[in-house]
Design a protein. Structure first.
Ligand SMILES: Cc1ncc(COP(=O)(O)O)c(C=O)c1O
Length: 392
């Protein structure tokens, strides 16, 4: 029994200890280079830090409005218009949350009745299944297949046709695979949402960290604007993952439903960071594209290095993460055992991708490992140098 199981409700027991905590402890205990958790090891622009500091000094320190400070709601609406041509009313169609994490939780709690089904792609970011469980909802998983992480349209259609299917959760750009869903795939997703009258919830936190192709919000597809809740956050875009400023954009009735939950989860989100992210959202496109270009070079550094070491690399089109198949480098060993051995044997931490699959299917993702490359170049070089000492 894991710590906490004696008290934790049955529906949340599968979510007690995360691999991320285990791996971070191992990293600390072994002095490993940590390519596990997805946060950069350098901060974002000084200018944004100064905006937050100035806001604290100027006294923006009491409860801001529950929906978010007007400056940020206006900046989010202006950003959606400038980048994607989406028109939003900052008062009724934008809600600020404590990171995308709260946005996802509040959305599922607001929209799902117990027993409702949530269609989502697998592998998936770990909070989705946990948030579905909090809402008493049930994931209906649609498998993404390497090397391009495509899905079978019939499997998607079957999942969406379930009698209790309520909403579809789409994460593009996608963690852990780094996939950007193609225009064709987005059309298929939109078509099943329309055919089965599903709401769509999109997690777009990596929207500005795209290296190949471009990000297209599902809400911009014909007929999707009014059935889609678009979730994003400033953490990844601006390299301030600890600020936890996120948001939901949707039609007024949907935002009102999520706001009803948000007010009793956290009521509001920290004001100084909201003001800093509002400032960042006003950056001209070349600035944000510059952040992505820097990260693309890191992607190449890590992916080329892993390939040279014999790993089968699925080079990501976006995000912080690369996935490898380890079968050639560590024959016969599961990704989980490989990742548990790696800190001790090489001084490197990575995440077994099996944790992003349904635990009921132990074979899923058995050979896949996720590596974060949002680190300084010397750190990536050091990790690659250490990995040369791996022997099967
Ligand atoms: C796909 C995805 N969604 C949401 C989050 C969390 O975002 P936030 O820090 O804004 O809560 C992460 C963080 O890793 C993520 O990878």
């Amino acid at each position: 029994m894991a710590a906490g199981d004696a008290y934790l409700t049955r529906r949340l027991r599968p979510f007690t200890t995360t691999i991320f905590a285990t791996m971070s402890e191992l990293a600390a205990a072994t002095g490993s280079v940590n390519l596990g958790q997805g946060f950069p090891d350098t901060d974002g622009p000084d200018e944004l830090r100064e905006v937050a500091v100035a806001a604290i000094r100027e006294g923006r320190n009491q409860y801001p409005p529950s929906a978010g400070v007007p400056e940020l709601r206006r900046a989010i609406a202006a950003h959606q218009q400038a980048w994607y041509g989406l028109d939003l009313d900052p008062d009724s169609e934008v809600l600020v949350t404590v990171g995308a994490t709260e946005a996802i939780a509040a959305t599922l709690l607001a929209l799902c009745e117990p027993g409702d089904e949530v269609v989502m792609f697998e592998p998936s970011y770990d909070s989705y299944a946990a948030c579905a469980a909090m809402a008493g909802a049930v994931p209906r998983l649609v498998r993404l297949h390497p090397p391009d992480w495509s899905f079978d349209p019939d499997e998607l259609a079957a999942a969406a046709a379930g009698p209790r299917a309520r909403l579809l959760l789409l994460n593009s750009p996608h963690n852990p695979t780094g996939k950007v869903f193609t225009p064709d795939e987005l059309d298929q997703v939109a078509a099943v949402c329309a055919a089965h009258d599903l709401l769509a919830v999109t997690d777009e936190v990596y929207e500005h960290l795209v290296f190949d192709g471009s990000h297209v919000p599902l809400a911009t597809l014909p007929g999707m604007r009014d059935r889609t809740l678009t979730i994003s956050s400033g953490g990844k875009t601006f390299s301030f993952t600890g600020w936890k400023v996120g948001w939901v954009c949707a039609a007024p009735a949907l935002v009102a439903a999520v706001r009803a939950v948000k007010q009793f989860l956290t009521y509001t989100s920290p004001a100084p960071f909201q003001l800093a992210i509002a400032h960042g959202l006003g950056y001209e496109p070349p600035v944000l594209r510059g952040f992505a270009a820097e990260l693309a070079a890191k992607r190449d550094l890590l992916c080329d290095g892993l390939a040279a070491l014999g790993y089968d690399v699925f080079r990501p089109a976006a995000t912080y993460f690369a996935t490898t198949d380890i079968a050639a480098v560590a024959p016969g060993i599961s990704a989980r055992d490989f990742c548990l051995a790696l800190p001790e044997r090489c001084g490197v931490v990575a995440i077994p991708s099996s944790v992003f699959y349904d635990p009921a299917d132990p074979a899923a993702g058995r050979n896949l490992v996720r590596w974060a490359f949002c680190k300084r170049d010397p750190v990536l070089h050091e990790a690659l140098a250490r990995l040369t000492s791996w022997e099967p």
